[in-house]
Ligand binder design. Structure first.
Ligand code: PGA
Length: 241
């Protein structure tokens, strides 16, 4: 694992963007898998700005996702909607393929099988990750086995609360399950980039980096892996030293 501690959110975003840009510009058929949520908002904004200025061309790139909530495709919290509103609808040039997970509650098994096939067919160059305040990555919540493979996950309370806050919705409207890539698929990517910013992530970062490797802190499993880059800002790093 490589650890980069940068000044602030914008620098975390820029460093992550630069890695994506390099892959998109240098590979023949790049495949990047994105996360959603608050952390990558700036990253999506930067991707859109660079596309609009003709500096970034995703037309040879396959874009995939880390996860999707179980619920309607157009629900305020859906990854599908997030990707459309924050990326696809704003790009001048669309990616070669936009491979979203289907979160239809009636098709969970089929959706998992379908995405498994797509993951096998598309070797990912980059997997972007955020970090839960409880140390989760994707919806691999504390207690998830390290050999997890794309599955239906149930959220912990802290995760449901983050979703409520992020999308300004009541608990009764908030999803409690999602299809998520497991540790297996996450670590198959050539480069795995975990981003974390702000004081609310400091404890999870400290446990991830200074603590032991334990299922209780899912992100801790990443730290002895050569293909993992952790990019955090000063506030997220504030309990490290
Ligand atoms: P956040 O979520 O980026 O909205 O803080 C991170 C995560 O739960 O993975």
């Amino acid at each position: 694992m490589k650890l980069f501690i940068v000044e602030n959110y914008d620098e975390m975003t820029k460093l992550t963007y630069d890695i994506i840009e390099k892959v998109v510009k240098s590979k023949e058929n790049p495949v990047i898998s994105m996360t959603t949520g608050g952390t990558p908002e700036g990253l999506f904004e930067m991707m859109v700005n660079e596309d609009n200025k003709d500096n970034l061309d995703l037309s040879n790139t396959v874009v995939m996702n880390l996860d999707e909530y179980i619920g309607p495709k157009d629900a305020p919290y859906s990854v599908n909607r997030y990707m459309n509103e924050r990326l696809y609808n704003k790009l001048k040039k669309q990616p070669k393929e936009k491979l979203l997970i289907n979160g239809d509650p009636d098709k969970i098994e089929e959706s998992i099988e379908e995405y498994k096939k797509l993951l096998d067919q598309n070797k990912r160059d980059i997997q972007i990750l955020g970090l839960g305040t409880n140390g989760h990555i994707g919806a691999n919540e504390p207690g998830t086995k390290f050999d997890s493979s794309i599955f239906l996950a149930h959220h912990e309370d802290s995760t449901i609360e983050s979703t409520m806050k992020q999308y300004n919705i009541e608990r009764s409207e908030a999803p409690d399950k999602m299809i998520t890539l497991g540790f297996k698929e996450i670590l198959e990517a050539e480069q795995v980039i975990l981003m974390a910013s702000g004081k609310s992530k400091a404890e999870a970062i400290s446990k991830t980096i200074k603590g032991e490797i334990t299922e209780e802190v899912p992100a801790s499993y990443l730290k002895d892996k050569d293909n993992v880059i952790i990019i955090i800002d000063q506030e997220a790093a504030s309990l490290l030293f």
